[in-house]
Design a protein around this ligand. Structure first.
Ligand code: ATP
Length: 335
């Protein structure tokens, strides 16, 4: 990590009464990084974002922005802008005035405001939309206007709170690519809150996984996916099989928790002479390119994902399960 991270949190806690929304969080976000904060509802992601933005003060701990202690520094003096989930556009103002709002507050002359607003709209691929009202835009276009407004004064850090949450799936996927390319073009540090693991995996340079106010793991998408630090991470990022210590001891000789990705589980006909795990298919879902089987073994249930059409169980549903020992990822659990 660089000597002066864009954002650093040391042992930051934020309590609301008895609720520990953030519990001793340590984080370092590098300049120019696309950083995702991922976790289930209520895990503390938004509180963390608000603490970085300055809308919320930590109960204890320290926030630094480009090396400077941010304690007591108001949001508008932090070189940090926020894009909210609901976009918070002013309905009575046209798009250009919405985008240039912060320039108006700073009394930048009108012609200059118009020029910079158009430039920001070009960045988000909405050139020429300045005269419209927010009500005359689609959801995806409103989202871009909110982005244009947030980047017009070139903040060094952009905080995004579930910015794609209100969009339908197709548009979401398009906007994921656009956001990523916008971030590369601007070179701004993006800190992005999401509860959608596939969004975090596909967009982020690094991911912090939150649970119950704590950061459980920080790492590159592949690292978090392949080497989850705990059963919680394995379950939340992707959809791993979480194997309890007794089961792992029986199949692999090691009494520890382990995760096993469904795509690494093979499903075949039972009755082979090899000592294998035999179970019964309890559910089968067609996912397009793949099929997912739920298989009940002695005492545990496993999911397997196989190429569609590659295997069909017999009528009684009995199948054999196999996987390589190297596919097991051992973990300390279960937190
Ligand atoms: P979501 O994905 O649902 O937005 P989150 O991970 O962003 O969830 P937070 O909004 O940070 O979670 O909330 C963390 C915890 O802190 C929750 O238990 C929440 O109820 C609590 N909390 C957040 N803000 C406040 C507040 N202003 N007053 C009291 N409790 C709060």
């Amino acid at each position: 990590m660089s000597e002066r991270p864009a954002v650093s949190l040391s042992r930051v806690s934020r309590h609301f009464g008895l609720t520990r929304a953030m519990d001793e969080v340590d984080l370092e976000i590098a300049e120019g990084e696309f950083f995702a904060m991922l976790g289930p509802s209520g895990s503390g992601k938004t509180t963390c974002l608000r603490v970085i933005a300055g809308f919320e003060q930590p109960t204890s701990g320290e926030v630094r922005i480009f090396g400077e202690n941010a304690t007591g520094v108001p949001p508008y003096r932090r070189n940090v802008n926020t894009v909210f989930q609901d976009y918070a556009l002013f309905p009575h103002m046209n798009v250009a005035d919405n985008v240039a709002y912060s320039l108006m507050l700073r009394k930048v002359p009108k012609a200059e405001r118009a020029r910079q607003a158009e430039e920001a709209l070009e960045m988000v691929r909405l050139p020429g939309y300045g005269a419209r009202r927010p009500a005359e835009l689609s959801g995806g276009q409103r989202q871009r206007v909110a982005l244009a407004r947030a980047i017009i004064n070139r903040p060094k850090v952009l905080l995004l709170d579930e910015p794609l949450g209100a969009l339908d799936l197709k548009l979401r996927e398009n906007m994921q690519e656009e956001l990523k390319s916008l971030q590369r073009r601007l070179g701004i540090t993006f800190v992005f809150v999401t509860h959608d693991q596939s969004e975090a995996l596909s967009m982020a340079d690094r991911i912090a996984v939150f649970n119950a106010g704590k950061v459980i793991q920080v790492g590159a998408p592949e690292e978090v996916y392949r080497r989850p630090a705990s059963p919680f991470v394995a379950d939340f990022v992707g959809s791993s099989n979480i194997l309890p210590p007794d089961f792992v001891e029986a199949v692999a000789g090691e009494k520890r928790w382990a995760s096993l990705r469904p795509e690494q589980v093979r499903v075949t006909e039972p009755g082979d002479a090899n000592p294998r795990l035999v179970g019964r298919v309890t559910a089968q879902s067609y996912l397009g390119a793949t099929t997912r089987f739920a298989v009940a073994l002695d005492g545990i249930a496993l999911h397997a994902i196989v190429p569609a059409g590659s295997f069909q169980p017999a009528d009684d549903g009995r199948v054999a399960i196999a996987f390589d020992r190297s596919a097991l990822h051992f973990m300390d659990g279960p937190a």
